[in-house]
Design a protein around this ligand. Sequence first.
Ligand SMILES: [Zn+2]
Length: 100
Amino acid sequence: MPTIKASILPDRNAPLVVEEVTLDAPKTGEVLVRIAACGLCHSDLSVIDGTLPLPTPIVLGHEGAGVVEAVGPGVTLGEVNQAFDNLRNGVNLRGVLVFS
Ligand SMILES: [Zn+2]
């Protein structure tokens, strides 16, 4: 199981902490991506201040660039390509695991 460094918001309006976390292997329909760079955007700031009320603790940073390292069962190359097309077109990705 890979370990990663993740930017974690422990609670609303709290400072972000960078901690090591362990990822599971990709499950059905998921893709594992080695992240080269990732930013925090306005959506992440909205999670921090509660404008976008998501449960905490939560890992922030969803706009990354990287290389696909592994795919879960049932994932085809066409689906991986479609996921990256969706990302380029601003469509939300779900079920994508990232690590750096
Ligand atoms: Zn964003």
